[in-house]
Ligand binder design. Structure first.
Ligand code: CP3
Length: 361
């Protein structure tokens, strides 16, 4: 990539992701650019959700909002986009009203023929790459920029359910009734994920995160059979392409929400540098399971942000002691995305508490 970016001033996130020693835990928050911020809601008053994603100037503007509001407190930015841009690139229509809605979900394996046979990510998702390059410039080296995509199982679930779901009956019926067709579609999505993530690094992303938000819906057995191979394929595929194309081999994070049963498998064979944790596991227990192979990210319950300053402070203190006393790399975050009703000043308090309690001697 010919683009020269301003030098990085804060590399705490990248050092922690590589398992290097850090003076305190780097901190960022999933969905840090979002509806809890009045400045974000203001932009959304006059622009539709996917319009913001597709307009590099707007995506850059909202990506920078939390960085500017919380000066010096956030150690990473994450590009404003959505995991559902991949199903769109594969030819499906997706609306956001206010949650995701697919007017024509996949009903039977024959419907897979309606998807674009080949996906040119530069053509379909070039707007994300442009937003990344523009954001890298505007960040002026303040913090690194994270790129991301949805994991194949989570995208498959949306493409079949047609939106959010309680029991994922339709998507799970597919994997049980049509296991081979399901595996083929999952791998096809994985290949788009690889192209998309490599393109994001080319455009300037400095760390990549794969969100498997609905990993929680599968038994350990089915996680291993249907989602794990695709997560592995993405890590291996991205790394080998980055090496082959002489691009920076950036750290990669896998957040398989609710799949704490498979942390050992992910640490041993997943191929990721960082594993994201939800709040349903103690930090020391997670560290015991993964050994010293990976950095851990997380994991405060996002609803604690409604609990008041004292509750936030004691939770951050406990979390910091748990991660710091069990060794290994740690990136502080919530255990899932921040929700729209949080008072932005309570998030500031969370960030300040992480700075205070995560210091390492
Ligand atoms: O983290 C960030 O700040 C970067 C931007 C980002 C968004 N979505 C913006 C967004 C990221 C990383 C995502 C990922 C995403 N999108 C996931 C994985 C993470 C997770 O939360 O599990 C999922 C499952 C989606 C799908 C999605 N997009 C849903 C279910 C919804 C609606 C419900 C909700 O949580 O808001 C969205 C919409 C969405 N994506 C919003 C934002 C800021 C809110 C929509 C709005 O502006 O009206």
């Amino acid at each position: 990539m010919a683009t020269a970016f301003p030098p990085l001033e804060n590399d705490l996130l990248l050092r922690a992701a590589r398992g290097e020693a850090v003076e305190r835990a780097p901190v960022w928050v999933m969905r840090q650019a979002g509806r809890y911020l009045p400045e974000f809601r203001k932009v959304r008053e006059s622009h539709e959700f996917f319009e913001v994603c597709r307009t590099p100037e707007l995506a850059t503007l909202v990506t920078l909002q939390p960085i500017e509001r919380y000066t010096g407190l956030l150690d990473a930015s994450i590009i404003f986009s959505d995991i559902l841009v991949i199903p769109q690139a594969m030819g499906m229509e997706v609306q956001m009203n206010p949650g995701p809605h697919f007017p024509e979900p996949l009903v039977t394996p024959e419907d897979v023929n309606k998807l674009s046979p080949v996906v040119d990510v530069n053509k379909e998702l070039g707007y994300v790459f442009e937003a990344i390059t523009m954001t890298r410039k505007e960040l002026k080296g303040r913090v690194p920029l994270i790129g991301f995509c949805g994991a194949p199982w989570t995208l498959f679930a949306y493409m079949i359910e047609g939106g959010g779901s309680k029991g994922f009956q339709k998507a799970k019926t597919w994997i049980f009734r049509y296991p081979e067709e399901s595996k083929a579609l999952l791998l096809r999505i994985a290949d788009v994920c690889v192209d998309f993530l490599v393109g994001q690094v080319k455009a300037g992303a400095q760390l990549l995160q794969v969100f498997d938000s609905w990993a929680s819906e599968l038994s350990p057995h089915d996680f291993k059979l249907f989602t794990f191979p695709t997560l592995q394929r993405i890590a291996e595929g991205v790394r080998s392409r980055l090496v082959a194309e002489k691009l920076p081999v950036v750290p990669m994070t896998c957040f398989a929400k609710g799949a704490n049963h498979s942390l050992g498998l992910l640490a041993e064979h997943g191929g990721y540098d960082v594993l994201g944790l939800d709040w349903c596991i103690e930090p020391a227990e997670a560290r015991r399971i993964v050994g010293d192979k990976v950095t851990l990210q997380g994991n405060m319950d996002p609803i604690l942000l409604y609990g008041g300053r004292d509750a936030i402070e004691s939770a951050v203190k406990r979390m910091s002691e748990g991660f710091n006393s069990s060794g290994g790399g740690w990136i502080a975050n919530l255990g899932h995305g921040i929700t729209p009703g949080v008072d932005p000043e309570d998030l500031r308090w969370f960030l300040e508490c992480v700075h205070k309690y995560s210091k390492r001697a």
